[in-house]
Design a protein around this ligand. Structure first.
Ligand SMILES: NC(=O)c1ccc[n+]([C@@H]2O[C@H](COP(=O)([O-])OP(=O)(O)OC[C@H]3O[C@@H](n4cnc5c(N)ncnc54)[C@H](OP(=O)(O)O)[C@@H]3O)[C@@H](O)[C@H]2O)c1
Length: 413
């Protein structure tokens, strides 16, 4: 059984351009928090109002203390964050520009594996109740003593950490990546971007002219696999479920989007790629996995990123034609390899820094889906996380699904 995609990460390598304002004195509410807090590491809180009673989570150690604020922390922050620019790629003007302070917001990311994690599939030894959510972007509102050398209150940081579906969270300073602004585009890099980047760099063997198939190509991690393979000079094929997603894929450089609701993926691959595909970034599993195996070129490789088509079943798995697999692989000298981000954390810090630079310079489209087109509108507040998960499992999202925690948050904790 695998463990959660979180863990200790190398120290941040300095701050990015346009980080939040410099050190600020603790507000009276923060100063009133229990003193041991000051010995802990970075405290990252969104902009929240409300009276604050802090409780420490007994399941985590001193250096990774988790903190829940019952009712939040009144007046904890007043600083604003830079706002998204709808006219820029991915809705973001990423040149490190400073904007007049606006209303601060914080974002948390939704991942396909949220349902695996909450179903206890990552670590059966973890018993309910436990916190869920893998990632977020927000502002530092208080610092532990050891964290204050590297971070400042008001600084905007992104973090991959368990229990991120919360208005307030505490994360070790070592896993907080400074980002130019608390915009959701940076959040897309934490899990989805690094998965594509590290996987393709370490396992992809990408070279100019190689044919790369990406499944769930218009989703959170697929969008990055498409762009990174294209940047490596590859010919990129991407599967998706709608014409809108096909158009998006074209816009980020996908050479051959395949809308599987109007075209049969296997037929297209046989007809247009008779020599097969060299690399598959495969996230869907089941029948899609079988099709992709059949489409492999000689010496082709399929990288198992996930198998989302099985996550809603009791086992979490979708059946594949495993019986014939050895023969199929042997006949083509082909290979299958799994990739799990948690096993590549030594690469994480450098990859994240690189991706943040690409995003900031506009070299990478970081498509965000805040649910504006969903039936009940934008995903706002923690209470909308379940809608966001449903939206993903209906295959509706284009890009990374992100939930906004606006100011003020009506904390239910
Ligand atoms: N190995 C790792 O370390 C790692 C890290 C991050 C993510 N992942 C994996 O990457 C995959 C994508 O995750 P994500 O969080 O980025 O999600 P996502 O791609 O943003 O959303 C999931 C997409 O999967 C597609 N899909 C195809 N068949 C589906 C089905 N039967 N049910 C639901 N969706 C289906 C849908 O797109 P279409 O409708 O266009 O097909 C849907 O929009 C998942 O398998 C996840 O487990 C793995």
């Amino acid at each position: 059984m695998v463990s959660a995609p979180v863990g200790p990460l190398p120290s941040p390598g300095g701050r990015g351009p346009g980080c939040g304002p410099g050190p600020r004195p603790l507000t009276p509410a923060l100063a009133a928090l229990p003193q041991p807090l000051l010995e802990w590491e970075t405290v990252i809180l969104p902009l929240v109002d409300g009276g604050g009673e802090a409780t420490r989570d007994p399941r985590v150690g001193q250096s990774e203390a988790a903190l829940k604020f019952k009712g939040g922390c009144r007046g904890a922050l007043t600083a604003g964050t830079q706002q998204a620019d709808p006219g820029a790629p991915g809705g973001f003007r990423g040149d490190g520009d400073r904007r007049p302070p606006g209303r601060g917001v914080r974002f948390v990311g939704v991942n396909a594996s949220d349902i695996n994690y909450s179903a206890g599939r990552y670590d059966p030894s973890v018993k309910t109740p436990f916190d869920v959510g893998f990632e977020g972007v927000g502002e530092v509102v208080a610092l532990g003593l050891s964290a204050s050398a590297r971070h400042t209150v008001g600084q905007t940081v992104a973090y991959m950490s368990p229990g991120s579906f919360a208005e307030y969270t505490v994360v070790p300073a070592s896993i907080a990546t400074p980002v130019p602004s608390a915009t959701p585009e940076y959040l897309t890099l934490l899990v989805s971007g690094t998965t594509a980047y590290i996987c393709l760099k370490e396992l992809g063997g990408l070279k100019e002219g190689k044919k790369v198939l990406v499944t769930a190509a218009a989703g959170g991690t697929g969008q990055f696999a498409v762009q990174l393979a294209k940047k490596a000079g590859c010919h990129v094929i991407g599967t998706c479920s709608s014409e809108e997603k096909s158009a998006f894929l074209k816009s980020v450089g996908c050479d051959r989007p395949i809308n599987y609701n109007t075209e049969h993926v296997g037929t297209v691959l046989k007809r247009e790629y008779p020599g097969g595909v060299d690399v598959v970034y495969e996230s869907v599993g089941g029948a899609m996995f079988d099709l992709a195996i059949d489409a492999l070129a000689t010496k082709g490789r399929l990288i198992v990123i996930g198998f989302i088509s099985g996550y809603q079943t009791p086992t979490g798995l979708s059946p594949v034609n495993a019986g014939t697999l050895p023969a199929k692989l042997l006949r083509k000298s082909a290979s299958i390899q799994g990739f799990f981000l948690n096993h590549y954390l030594s690469e994480y810090r450098a990859s994240m820094d690189h991706l943040v630079k690409m995003c900031t310079s506009g070299d990478l489209v970081c498509q965000v889906d805040l649910g504006d087109l969903s039936t009940e509108g934008r995903f706002t507040g923690l209470e909308s996380v379940f809608r966001a998960v449903d939206y993903m499992y209906m295959g509706k999202n284009t890009g990374k699904i992100v939930v906004e925690l606006p100011h003020p948050v009506n904390s239910k904790l």
